[in-house]
Write a protein that binds this ligand. Structure first.
Ligand SMILES: *Cc1c(COP(=O)(O)O)cnc(C)c1O
Length: 349
C-alpha cells in the first residue's frame, strides 16, 4: 500500500463534525456535574458512560500489548464491521471483496450499506486465494475482508500469504481474528505499525466468554481508530457492560482455552473413527467442521437428541458440512454418544 489510509475515507466522513458530548468537553472525573441533564440521584447508572472507554482501553492495552490509541471498542465486532463500511464505502459506488465461505455479517452489513460484495471462493484446501482476491478488486474496491482462523472452515491462513495480500492491496484489509485465542500461530495486532492499511477485528464473544455482553474490538492505525470514534454512536457501550467487562477481563481464560483445545482433540479423534464422517478439517478455533454424505440427516439426528449444531451444507465449498462448537466435557460426551448412535444406523444402510 502506497497511500495514506485517510485518503480512503468517504468525503462526507472526512469532513464530519462529530457530536460533542457533555463528557467530551470536560475530562475530569470529580466535580458537580450539571452538564448532561442527568437525574442527579445516584443509582449506579444515572450517569452517561465515558464515550472513550478510557479505563477499559487501559486494561485492554495491557492485555493486548497495544497502545489505547490503536484500539476501538464497540457493541460486538458487528459494530466494527458496520463502521468499516460507513467510514470507507460510498453506497452504490464503492465495493468490497470478501472470501467465501466466511462470516455472514460481512455481506449483511454490505447489503445494509448498499455496497457491492465480490465474493471470492477459498482454494479447494480452504487456503487464502491471494491472487484471485487481488484480481477481483478495481479502483472502487475499498476493503478486502478475510477471517483467520476462518469461520466456518476453522483453519488459519498462512501468515506470509496474509502479508502478501496486505502489501499488494491499495485499500484496507480487514482481518477478522475472532478465534485468534485458540490458534497456534500469532495474530497481526503486533504488526500494525508496519501496515497502515490493516484493520484487525477481535471480540470478547468467543474465548473470553462474554458473547452476552456484546463487546468487540478493532485494532488499527490511530487515524483510522480516531475516525471510527467520530462516526460511532457516542455512548455505544453502556455502563453495565463496561463494569462487567472490566471485571471479567481479570479472569484467567488460559486454562479454559486449553481445556477447549483438549476437548477439540478428543472430538476430532473420535470423529475419525466414524464411517459417516468423510472429512474432519484441521481446527485453529473452538469448533470443528466435518463433512458427511448427508448433512441434513446428521443435523436432524443430532437435533432429535437435543443437540443443536450448525448445518453449513448450503455454503460455498461446504456441501455436506456441519460445524460443531466445542462444549463442556459433559456436553461433548453427549454429542459423541449421539454421533455413535447415528453412525451405527448409517452403517446398516
Ligand atoms: C463470532 C464471530 C464474531 C463475533 O461477533 P461479535 O459481534 O463480536 O459477537 C466475529 N467474527 C467472526 C468470524 C465470528 O465467527
Amino acid at each position: 500500500m502506497k497511500q495514506d489510509p485517510t485518503t480512503l475515507f468517504r468525503a462526507n466522513i472526512a469532513a464530519l463534525t462529530p457530536y460533542s458530548t457533555a463528557r467530551d468537553e470536560y475530562e475530569g472525573s470529580l466535580g458537580v456535574f450539571l452538564d448532561a441533564n442527568e437525574n442527579p440521584n445516584e443509582n449506579g447508572y444515572n450517569r452517561y458512560p465515558d464515550p472513550r472507554q478510557t479505563e477499559l482501553k487501559k486494561k485492554l492495552s495491557k492485555i493486548k500489548g497495544i497502545a489505547p490509541e490503536h484500539i476501538f471498542t464497540g457493541n460486538g465486532s458487528d459494530e466494527a464491521i458496520d463502521l468499516c463500511y460507513r467510514v470507507f464505502c460510498t453506497p452504490s459506488v464503492d465495493n468490497v471483496v470478501a472470501i467465501a465461505p466466511s462470516y455472514g455479517m460481512y455481506t449483511v452489513a454490505a447489503a445494509i450499506n448498499d455496497v457491492e460484495v465480490r465474493e471470492v471462493l477459498l482454494n479447494e484446501d480452504f487456503s487464502l486465494p491471494v491472487d484471485r482476491l487481488l484480481a477481483a478488486t478495481d479502483t472502487h474496491t475499498k476493503l478486502i475482508f478475510i477471517c483467520s482462523p476462518n469461520n466456518p472452515t476453522a483453519n488459519s491462513f498462512d501468515r506470509t500469504e496474509i502479508v502478501r495480500l496486505i502489501k499488494s492491496f491499495d485499500g484496507i484489509v480487514v482481518l477478522d481474528e475472532a478465534y485468534i485465542d485458540f490458534a497456534e500461530q500469532k495474530g497481526f495486532i503486533g504488526d500494525l505499525e508496519k501496515y497502515p492499511n490493516l484493520i484487525v477485528l477481535q471480540t470478547l464473544s468467543k474465548a473470553w466468554g462474554m458473547a452476552g455482553l456484546r463487546f468487540g474490538l478493532a485494532f488499527a492505525d490511530k487515524r483510522i481508530i480516531s475516525m471510527f470514534n467520530r462516526v460511532k454512536y457516542p455512548y455505544n457501550i453502556n455502563v453495565a457492560a463496561t463494569r462487567l467487562v472490566g471485571e471479567l477481563l481479570e479472569c484467567d481464560i488460559e486454562s479454559q482455552v486449553e481445556e477447549i483445545k483438549h476437548e477439540r482433540t478428543r472430538l476430532m479423534e473420535f470423529a475419525q473413527t466414524l464411517k459417516c464422517i468423510k472429512d474432519i478439517y484441521p481446527s485453529d478455533a473452538n469448533f470443528v467442521l466435518v463433512r458427511t454424505d448427508n448433512a441434513d440427516a446428521l443435523y436432524n439426528a443430532l437435533l432429535e437428541d437435543g443437540i443443536i449444531v450448525r448445518n453449513r451444507t448450503r455454503m460455498p465449498l461446504c456441501e455436506g458440512c456441519v460445524r460443531i462448537t466445542i462444549g463442556t466435557h459433559t456436553e461433548n460426551t453427549k454429542l459423541i454418544e449421539s454421533l455413535e448412535k447415528y453412525d451405527a444406523q448409517w452403517q446398516q444402510k
